[in-house]
Structures are given as C-alpha cells and as structure tokens.
Design a protein around this ligand. Structure first.
Ligand code: UDX
Length: 439
C-alpha cells in the first residue's frame, strides 16, 4: 500500500483509538497523542484496554505505522490534519464540557498550515468560536457515527462521511475528503454548523425512533399486539425503514443520552423549547422501570425476592456501562427490597464498582440458580443458547422478563418458563406468524 498523508490523532479514548488504528490500517502513518502516560506506554506495548471487536488486532498489526506519544510537538512535527477525539462530557447544566477541546486548541502553535478535524461531539457554534479565536488554524467538522461493538467495520465502511468546512478552509476539507474517499460511502460536504447539527440530529432522531417503538410496545402490552410484528410491518415502508425500531428497556451508552440532552440544551439556550426531545428522554427513563411492574404482576411484592439480571452492558459486544439500563433497573430492584444477582460476559469488571450490593455470578446458569425471576437486560448471543429447560428446573420460580425481546417466547414457554416480553402478547406467540428465535 502506498504511503499516504500522515495523520495526527489527539485524545486516545475509544473514538481516538479506532480512528488511529483504522487510518493506520488504510496505509497512513498516524501519530496518536494522549496526555495519559500510562495509557500511551500500554499502547506502545500493544496493550489495548478497550473492549472493541477487531481493535486490538488492528493496533498490533499496524504497529509500524502507528506511533503513540504524550507530546503534542511530535504530532505537530508531522501532521497537517489533527483529528480531535477528546471527551466532551455533559456538565451539570447539560451543556457539553469543552475544556479538553480548548486545551487541545491551546496546544497547537500558529506556525504552519494545519487543520483541526473535530471528531468529538460538540454543540453547533463550537467550530465558529475556535476559528475566531485561532484564525490561523483551519477547522473541519467531521462527526463520528461509530457504534460500539462494530466501530471498526463502521469506520472502514461508512454509510456517509460528513465534512463541514467554512470558506477559506477548502484545502482542509479537500484533504479530509481525500483520506476518507477510499473508504466508500457518500461524502457530505457542508458548512461547519450544519455538520455539527447533522451529528446531534442523527443521534436524537435514532433515540426518538427507539422511544417511539417503546411507546408502541407499551400500547401493545395493553391491546395484546406484538411490537416486533408491528415494527416489521412498519419497517417495510421505505419511508420508515426497519432499523432502530426494536423495543426494549431503553437506550443507553455514551452517545444517545448525552446527545439528546445536548441538543435539547442547545435549543433551550437559544430560547427554543424542543418539546419532542423532552418526551424522548422521559419515555426512556420510564422504560427502564417498566420491568418492575411486570415482575410485580407475577411475584407481588419483591421484598426478599432474588432477581437475576442477564447482561449489564448498555448493549451486547461491549463492556461499556455508561447510561446502561441495568444501572437504573438494579437500583430500583434494590429499592423494592429485592436481592439482585447479575452476570455479564464482559462487563462485570466495569460494572462492579457501579453496582454496590449486587452479587456477581460466574456464569449465566449459576446466576439463575435459585432465582425468583430473571430479567434479560442485554441481548448477548450466549443467552439464546442456554439450556432453558434445565434453567427452569433450577430457578425458585421460572419467570423470565425479556427486556430486549430477544428470546424465542414459545420455546421458553415450552421449556417451562413464564415468559414476559416488552410489548409481546403474554400468553402465546403471534397468531399469524408463529415466532421464530431472534438474534
Ligand atoms: C450510537 C449511534 O448508533 C452511533 O452512530 C453514534 O455515533 C454513537 O451512538 P452506540 O451508542 O454504540 O452508537 O449504540 P447503538 O447500537 O446505536 O445503540 C444505542 C442504544 O440504543 C443501546 O442501548 C441499544 O440497546 C438501544 N437500541 C438500539 C434500542 O433499544 N433499540 C434499537 O432499535 C436500537
């Protein structure tokens, strides 16, 4: 592969490391910088602390093109394009904390032609402010749309790449287009403010779709319809599309909750009341708690009951616990007087400190032993492969609430479990299709 333009990546968290590793995989020399010395030393030795499929192999396999450093001067010596991937966590006011972005900008000298390429999620207007404070630095907004668990594939095969730049920075947007072009996907050239909005609006819309599906599921619970059938029928309409209509116990993760609230705040700060997003957030919060009523329906009071949680991470194929529905659910169960035991194939380590007083099981089967009910929180494939007949025999009462509508309801009932989904008829599968296993 021919040598391409060297790239600087600043902030080696999850986005930064995926970006650095994938550009290296595509033949670029990458100088990846982070202020965390221990992290950089670990990465230098090929140690990848983040759980993300394919990432460690990419980091190790491209070590000759991937250089890690704690010195900004190393990045500035080689790269024109500086990909900013630092964290922008929400502040108490709900605005994004831009202090790390500011520190990056302050560390870039005025010498030479350089561009800051913003990957971090920032409020609309950030690019303009940076451009004003640092006129010599070109600015490109190039938001990331990576999903945890499939970030490497998402990066190397994007649906679209958004490249926002304002007049005067054409060279920088052309350089970014050149390095993303070979990955495929439509290049969306636009202005900076619109690019920033595309990111927030996309995530807020996907979160809205999920909350909508969850409300439909809640109505299905009342009228005996099956939300998966409803979503299938809706999704075949090309104007609606099938994705992100999966009902469950709410969305979590590092992006949706943060971005929905950031967009709401951004609008609010301008005096505009974004009513729809208030509902999206509220539906999501209530959805995490709906499991309690489903348990009450079968068990009555939960005081002294042993409830097993299957899965803790905010979604499968990640150990990320940020805004995971399990956090709220576990605390609510404890609040109801239940004792909670939990198992997750990879998230037990990160979850332990966040879930005080919760027993962690060594396996799914062990966790279910003697439980009064199980709640499937994260749709890890291994839960579909459990010997549910044996599980039903070993549980104190064989009740399963499937918080992701992941398992085959009819097969579970046949195995002797009482099955409750979210917006799935509680007695039998759909009369029209007969259900097949999901996932
Ligand atoms: C998301 C966006 O998809 C990505 O483009 C963005 O840049 C970062 O945020 P991610 O947070 O990794 O990615 O996860 P995603 O797969 O989008 O799922 C987010 C949450 O929504 C999960 O908790 C998931 O369980 C939930 N979800 C998703 C549903 O409840 N129903 C669905 O139909 C889809």
């Amino acid at each position: 592969m021919s040598e391409r333009e060297p790239i600087g990546v600043i902030g080696i968290g999850w986005v930064g490391l995926v970006t650095a590793a994938c550009f290296a995989e595509r033949g670029h020399r990458v100088i990846a910088m982070d202020i965390d010395r221990a992290k950089i030393e670990g990465l230098d030795g090929g140690e990848v602390q983040i759980y993300e499929p394919k990432l460690a192999d990419l980091v190790r396999g491209n070590s000759e093109r991937l250089r890690f450093t704690t010195a900004m001067s190393d990045v500035l010596a080689e790269a024109r394009l500086l990909f900013c991937c630092v964290d922008t966590p929400p502040t108490y006011s709900g605005d994004a904390d831009l202090s790390q972005v500011r520190a990056v900008v302050a560390g870039i000298g005025d010498d030479g032609e350089r561009a800051l390429v913003m990957k971090s999620t920032v409020p609309a207007g950030t690019g303009q402010a940076i451009r004003r404070d640092k006129p010599g630095l070109a600015y490109v907004s190039c938001p990331e749309f990576l999903r945890e668990g499939s970030a490497v594939d998402d990066f190397l095969g994007p649906d679209r790449v958004v490249i926002g730049a304002d007049p005067g920075d054409e060279w920088a947007s052309a350089a970014v287009a050149e390095i993303y072009g070979p990955l495929g996907g439509e290049l969306v050239h636009t202005d900076v403010a619109s690019a920033e909005m595309i990111k927030l609006a996309s995530n807020a819309f996907l979160a809205t779709k999920i909350s909508f599906a969850n409300e439909i599921a809640n109505v299905c619970d009342e009228v005996g319809a099956d939300v998966d059938e409803v979503a299938r029928g809706m999704g075949l309409d090309k104007r609606i599309g099938p994705s992100f209509l999966k009902a469950g116990i709410g969305y979590g993760g590092s992006c949706f909750p943060k971005d929905v609230s950031a967009l709401k705040m951004l609008a609010g700060n301008t005096g505009y009341h974004f009513q729809l997003l208030n509902a999206v957030i509220e539906v999501n919060e209530l959805q995490k708690r709906r499991v309690i009523a489903k348990l009450n329906k079968h068990l009555g009071s939960l005081v002294g009951k042993r409830i097993a949680l299957l899965g803790l991470a905010f979604k499968p194929h990640t150990d990320d616990m940020r805004e995971a529905s399990s956090l709220v659910l576990a605390a609510r169960l404890q609040g109801e007087g239940a004792s909670v035991v939990a198992y997750d194939p990879v998230a037990i380590g990160p979850a332990s400190s966040l879930l005080p007083g919760i027993e962690m099981g060594a396996s799914a089967a062990e966790t279910l032993d003697g439980a009064d009910a199980a709640v499937l929180v994260t749709e890890w494939p291994e839960f579909a492969d459990l010997d549910w007949r044996a599980v039903a025999e070993r549980m104190a009462s064989p009740l399963l609430v499937d918080g992701r509508n992941f398992l085959d309801a009819d097969a579970l009932r046949e195995a002797g479990l009482t099955y409750e989904g979210i917006g799935r008829p509680s007695k039998s599968g759909s009369p029209l299709t007969g259900k097949v296993a999901q996932g």
